[in-house]
Design a protein around this ligand. Structure first.
Ligand code: C2O
Ligand code: CU
Ligand code: CU
Length: 488
């Protein structure tokens, strides 16, 4: 350790002595929170709603007077919010204006494997790809981001990410805050580090999670505040960071109501004072404001993070001021939250046709690093399964499954906490943790095109913590995935 310390000097000292990042109270909230625009769309004769997304390089002034090189969808950084309703046919015309190939994946969406935007649907520079599907799942806060095998961390960090909101008729009738950008705010949280005017995406020594930034931004805004004019404000929290886990709460420890998780609304609101989100996870919370007051959405040091060593070296002890909410001098009254929200449409594990086991290690899942040409799991369309996922190396990992939403049946043999009781597509699996998940595969069957399951700490995913499954008809065999089957 001494030799290492001497060799790397200040970097090591920083890690060892002043290890924790703490931005609480350090800088004023001086920038008004940007709200990603709602994406324009048009409806074709057959009722298909069509969106256009272009991946492009740009520059953005995060700090005044400094131009940072970025990537974005239809703009310099991040992308517009797509929005569609259950039952709607959607098509997204994607064009790649970058000088490298990428993909666009619909995280949380149930859709045919060929439309999923995983690493098999590469879009070459100058190329286009137009996936289409019918939305067939409940109202939820989903998101989209690139998924090129081996380069996802880099592509997301440069700024390629956006929200995809789904609505349904039952949710529309609930008296929830739902005025986008007014009392219903997208909150896309990323951690960043700057080296002068440019992003510094370097991995620090001994940080086994990949990149960890020293400050956060929301919707691409540093030190953000937002005025609110309603008593109840809904925040759609998305952890769009590449590796960092947050434990969100408010500076005054006020309680809030958790109303939704990855796949949609909970059965009923849950009163909480913290909600932990690992990369890729979402939570919808509703917070009550009093006229004229301010409160800060913060991320706190975490106790559910595996052992103390991993907590320290992967940022679990860090604290961030994330977003200040400023209530106007007089607020519009909001109706009380309904006692019942929705029936989460996820199986309860009683009708599982089979069980599978996934052991998570940084070196691969079930001992195998990702191979684009290998199908790891074959599931039968129309069946439910129980997947047991165990952290086997003690490092922070999570587990994301494409195409489905699952129910967390157990965490270390116990009933899960409220934030894991709704529909989920990503779950934190810290050291010492085993989770049991139930999900149903509705298809359509496509033996040749795999979906992914992986750790959503993107450095781990890029490094091989990913596997592939196909959905087949009963008795059908898996085909052979083409390494690159992208559109042009
Ligand atoms: Cu958010 Cu496989 O991805
Ligand atoms: Cu996904
Ligand atoms: Cu991992």
């Amino acid at each position: 350790v001494g030799v290492l310390a001497a060799a790397v000097g200040g970097g090591f000292a920083w890690l060892w002595t002043g290890a924790d990042v703490d931005t609480v109270g350090k800088e004023p909230f001086e920038n008004r929170l940007a709200i990603p625009p709602l994406a324009k769309s048009r409806v074709e004769a057959d009722g298909t709603r069509v969106f256009d997304l272009r991946m492009q390089a740009g520059e953005k002034e995060f700090k005044s007077g400094q131009r940072t090189r970025t990537w974005g969808f239809n703009g310099d950084y991040l992308g517009p919010t797509l929005r569609a309703g259950r039952g709607e046919k959607v098509k997204v015309r994607i064009s790649n204006g970058l000088d490298e190939a990428s993909t666009v994946h619909w995280h949380g969406m149930h859709l045919p494997a060929r439309m999923d935007g995983g690493p098999h649907q590469m879009v070459e520079p100058g190329g286009t790809w137009s996936p289409r599907w019918t939305v067939d799942q409940p109202a939820a806060t989903l998101w989209y981001h690139p998924h090129p095998h081996g380069a996802t961390e880099k592509h997301v960090q440069r700024g390629l990410a956006g929200m995809f909101l789904l609505d349904d008729d039952k949710a529309r009738k609930l008296p929830l805050p739902d005025d986008y950008g007014v009392d219903d705010l997208p909150v896309i949280v990323q951690d960043v580090r700057f080296d002068g005017a440019q992003f510094d995406h370097g991995h620090q020594l001994m940080r086994n999670t990949g990149f960890l930034g020293d400050r956060t931004m929301v919707n691409g805004t540093l030190n953000p505040y937002r005025e609110v004019g309603d008593e109840l404000v809904r925040l759609r929290l998305l952890n769009a960071s590449t590796a960092r886990v947050y434990d969100f709460g408010f500076s005054d420890d006020r309680r809030f109501s958790l109303i939704g998780t990855d796949g949609g609304l909970l059965a009923q609101p849950a009163a909480m004072d913290r909600v932990q989100l690992s990369p890729g996870e979402r939570a919808e919370i509703v917070v009550r404001m009093k006229a004229g007051e301010r409160t800060v959405l913060r991320s706190f040091p975490q106790d559910n993070y595996g052992d103390a060593w991993q907590t320290r070296f992967s940022g679990g002890d860090d604290s961030f001021d994330v977003l200040e909410l400023r209530a106007k001098a007089s607020l519009r009254p909001s109706p009380a939250l309904p006692g019942h929200l929705a029936e989460p449409e996820v199986p309860d594990g009683t009708d599982s046709a089979r069980s599978r086991f996934f052991g998570l290690r940084m070196s691969g899942i079930n001992g195998r690093p990702m191979d684009m040409a290998r199908i790891d799991e074959v599931v039968t369309r129309g069946t439910a399964e129980t997947w047991t996922v165990r952290n086997e190396d003690g490092m922070p990992h999570n587990f994301h499954v494409h195409d489905v939403q699952f129910r967390v049946l157990e965490v270390n043999g116990e009933r899960p906490p409220p934030e894991l009781r709704g529909a989920k597509d990503t779950v934190f699996v810290p050291g010492g943790t085993t989770v049991k998940l139930a999900m149903r595969f509705e298809g359509p069957a496509d033996p040749d095109t795999p979906y992914m399951y992986h750790c959503h700490l993107l450095y781990h995913e890029d490094g091989g913590m990913m596997g592939q499954f196909v959905v087949v008809e009963k008795g059908q065999r898996a085909g052979k995935p083409a390494a690159h089957a992208g559109g042009h």
